[in-house]
Design a protein around this ligand. Sequence first.
Ligand code: PLP
Length: 407
Amino acid sequence: MTFSPAELRAQFPILSSRPGGRPLHYLDNAATAQVPQAVLDAVTRHETTSRANVRRGLHRLADKATEAYENARAAVARHMGARAPEEVVFTAGTTSAINLVAHGFGAGLGEGDEVVLSVAEHHSNILPWRFLAERSGVVLGYLPANEEGRVDTGALDGTLSERCKLIAVSHCSNVTGAITDISRVVAAARRVGARVLLDGAQFVPSRPLDVAALGVDFYAFSGHKMYGPGGVGVLWGRAEALAELPPFLGGGGMVRTLDGDAVTFADPPWRFEAGTPPIAQAVGLGAAAEWLAQLDWPGAQRHVAGLVARTLDGMAGIDGLRVIGPGADNSRTGVVSFVLAGVHAHDLAQVLDAHGVAVRGGHHCAQPLMEHFGLAATTRASFAFYNDGGDVDALLAGIKEAAEKLR
Ligand code: PLP
């Protein structure tokens, strides 16, 4: 299908709403993206024709629900290049996927083993490892970032110790939009036999993904950032890597037998899905994966790159505005962070809101990266495929007004 921003925009009902009586310029997509009608329809269809619990019922509706849930897993697996649906574990989101690995993989690590992160991580990919370090004496290392905030993967060359068991880094920064050079991470990890986990929360909504080609072991992302429902996400693991993990949460649906003291656990992915999963949300995530799969990706990426270039161009003409992150090249997504001299990020976000422009202001749960830049906060505009030139113009006009009013 050829990419048409106007046609795409029309598929998102919320974008024609007028919160506060003004047109909506939604530029907070890195926090949560909006949902197309196709996904809303899939969830409604499921809830009105197939709602029941999964993998335990004995009636026809339960079979239908299980089939819908497992079909969603297969759709996600196809979209991300997994070798089999069984490599896809449904979780509550990126955060719970990373915690699952920190517990499961972490259970096999001991005092002095090393896990390497980067200073550009979201807190979701720092705190689970900090907790592990406190529990078991695992030592954490942090890759530096360069002046654009991109993870300096070159720092891995020759410095990785034989005690390193895992490198866990973001595929793309939620602050700067910079994409990490994963091939160097994988090469360094292989040299010492370490595993690689990628936090793909920001990459998946903006680029096609082929996990098998990346050569990593674990990959985490959230449904609500990739045009799907909230409350659901994915931990993908290479079959061999998942097979080695003990379960994280205990509950219904994850054991084969529980007989006195003897427990045998179900195979992956069900071993990691204790309790009733987010069923309708997973069905919606499957629909989001199918929706993304039919997108004209080159056209969509060119469109967002054009919006970013126009934004950066406009920002270059605003006195005292500093962009935090890379320039308009191909190794970044639609996330644009910036600071305006003399104006706090929160105040700027509020002035923008008065223009109908929704952005994020704050540390973006990435305080080590804020420290790297010597900042407490930035304002962040993040573009999705449905944004257009009108959104860029409203953003720039709002920033100019804030500069006049607040300085
Ligand atoms: N990692 C990155 C890079 C993110 O941007 C986010 C959310 O902003 C997360 C992890 C956490 O995602 P969630 O809150 O959906 O678990």
